[in-house]
Design a protein around this ligand. Structure first.
Ligand code: HEM
Length: 525
């Protein structure tokens, strides 16, 4: 240590206690009110300075208009139009709610970069999700642990695996066609809200596909009836501690109930496969993969060498239900509305559906048939583009992330890639706000623009169920088109977007169904 340094240290150690003493004396001279006001001012200034620093050069209010809370009240009732204004305000924009700093990306390339930046980001979940989905759940894994677990699940959603689940899914579709017709009949064929019915059919379809016949009708009804409690508990803004009789408490109770059912189903699937049974659902397929892997030694099989416990399987199945339920219900609502409003589209679907069945409407659905549903598939793709169920996917920044050459997202910030703008990019999709299934013909600009197709995300967390969605919806809309006639009552709110985890028509979808003869088109009551 040199002389100057020792002198400086001596001076500062000597000065510190006296400075502290005078500060203490000053504070002691202040009244309680003065202390509170001073603390409040410090917090307010710190909140604004920290916001301005994190914001840097990106779009967003120059300072927090509502100190501390930011636009918290708006976030309780999110509006599509407000989101859109935010995306239009810049490639990167920000808001700050309480201590959470949120950065939103609205361009295709930045969004893709975020989805793929595993070094810097990981999916962001609300605090209470860890309690409801359980801390050891695979969805909370990151990096290599996540990639390895994903590899063991990917095999459950290949086209070949999905073909095995189709027969039981078709049974559910048949049952619900009758149910919807009866429901409309009970309401004298007057338009009725079908938002809840769509959620129920999708829940029943998922549960049958995931758990096969191990889950009973009563159990399906119970999970389908109560599932909305889980959605409500996992809303972005919710109290992080589970207090009895609050939304989060009901949500956890429902999730625990569903996982108990899934645990029993998992054991039955294990027994079925051990006895040499063929897989007919996701759980069977998982047990079969584990069973077959025992005799193989390639890298992918090694991941399945260990026995996944019933509890673990039940937790993974619950995440699949959780990931699928809202997004699939959103797609169902828009698809039934859009097709009903466009009789020319419905007529073409019907024509194709008869054609792929060789003129026999009662032929059971199989994978070959689905592969030939070119037009039906284009209608589903266009619905997903026109009304993408998931608008944004929240990620959290693990370490300072240079998102662009001019902006680094700070560690701890929420970073949200947006999907909607890429899917309404006029450079790729001419008249992006029009519904045009033909834009998806093979070789077209839209079908070649793979980078814009962000409906299911991209990168290591890309949607596990994307192929399942395309197959399921082709079977679903195909059968309903052949065997039912449904009418949609258009209201001024039908085309407006309501945000409820995913997106839905603002009038909750007014429909009525009648039974239809698939060959003559004759309606019966
Ligand atoms: C129309 C329906 C659906 C849409 C639009 C959709 C969309 C998405 C999106 C945008 C993500 C985030 C991807 C990312 O971060 O890169 C995701 C993840 C996921 N989805 Fe879907 N999804 C749908 C249906 C389903 C279904 C039916 C399943 C059932 C198996 C499912 C299972 C998952 C899972 C497990 C993840 C998390 C994957 C991971 O973290 O590795 N999704 N989905």
């Amino acid at each position: 240590m040199n002389a100057t340094e020792s002198a400086f240290n001596a001076a500062s150690t000597a000065a510190s206690p006296s400075a502290i003493n005078s500060a203490i004396t000053y504070v002691q001279g202040m009244s309680a009110v003065q202390i509170c006001i001073t603390l409040l001012c410090v917090v307010l200034v710190w909140d604004q300075v920290s916001y301005i620093q994190k914001k840097g050069s990106i779009a967003g209010p120059r300072f927090k208009i509502y100190p501390i809370i930011g636009p918290f009240l708006e976030s309780l009732d999110p509006k599509f139009e407000e989101y859109k204004a935010k995306w239009d305000s810049g490639a990167l924009s920000c808001v700050s709610i309480f201590h959470k700093f949120v950065v939103i990306s609205s361009t295709r390339d930045i969004s893709r970069k975020i989805f793929q930046a595993t070094k810097y980001v990981k999916p962001c979940v609300v605090d209470v999700a860890v309690k409801i989905l359980r801390p050891q759940n695979w969805v909370f894994l990151d990096g290599k642990a996540h990639t390895d677990y994903r590899k063991s699940l990917n095999g459950l959603f290949t086209r070949t695996a999905l073909a095995q689940y189709l027969p039981s899914m078709e049974d559910v579709i048949d049952k619900y066609m009758e149910k919807f017709v009866d429901y409309s009949k009970d309401h004298d064929y007057k338009p009725t809200i079908y938002f809840h019915e769509m959620r129920e059919i999708l829940c029943a379809l998922s549960l049958r596909a995931f758990c096969g016949n191990y889950i009973t009708e009563d159990q399906i009804r119970k999970v389908a009836d109560d599932y909305y409690l889980v959605t409500a508990a996992l809303e972005l803004v919710n109290f992080p501690i589970i207090i009895p009789f609050t939304k989060t408490w009901y949500g956890k109770r429902t999730a625990d109930m569903a996982m108990r059912i899934f645990e029993d189903c998992a054991q039955q699937a294990k027994d079925h496969i051990a006895k040499g049974g063929e897989p007919i659902c996701v759980m069977d397929a998982w047990c079969k993969l584990m069973h077959d892997a025992k005799n193989k030694n390639d890298e992918d099989s090694r991941l399945l060498h260990r026995e996944f416990s019933n509890k673990e399987i039940s937790e993974a199945i619950f995440t699949m239900l959780f990931a699928s339920q809202d997004a699939s219900s959103s797609l169902a609502c828009w698809l039934f509305q859009i097709v009903a409003d466009r009789p020319d589209v419905l007529a073409k679907i019907r024509e194709e559906q008869l054609e792929v069945r060789g003129g026999d409407p009662n032929k059971r659905v199989d994978l070959d048939m689905i592969n030939n549903m070119t037009y039906t598939n284009m209608v589903i793709k266009e619905t997903l583009r026109y009304r993408p169920p998931v608008l944004m996917v929240p990620y959290v920044v693990k370490q300072n992330f240079p998102v662009t050459p001019n902006y680094t997202a700070p560690k701890g910030a929420m970073l949200i890639p947006t999907l909607y703008p890429s899917l309404h990019d006029p450079e790729v999709y001419e008249n992006p706000d029009d519904f045009i299934p033909e834009r998806w013909v093979e070789g077209s600009k839209a079908s070649e623009a793979k980078k814009n197709w962000l409906v299911f995300g991209c990168g290591p967390h890309v949607c596990l169920g994307q192929t399942y969605v395309m197959i399921l919806f082709a079977a679903l809309i195909g059968k309903f088109s052949l065997f039912t006639e449904w009418e949609h009552t258009v209201t001024p709110l039908s085309e407006k977007i309501k945000v409820f985890a995913t997106i839905f028509p603002k009038d909750d979808l007014l429909l009525t169904f009648k039974k239809r003869d698939p060959l003559t088109g004759k309606l019966s009551e």
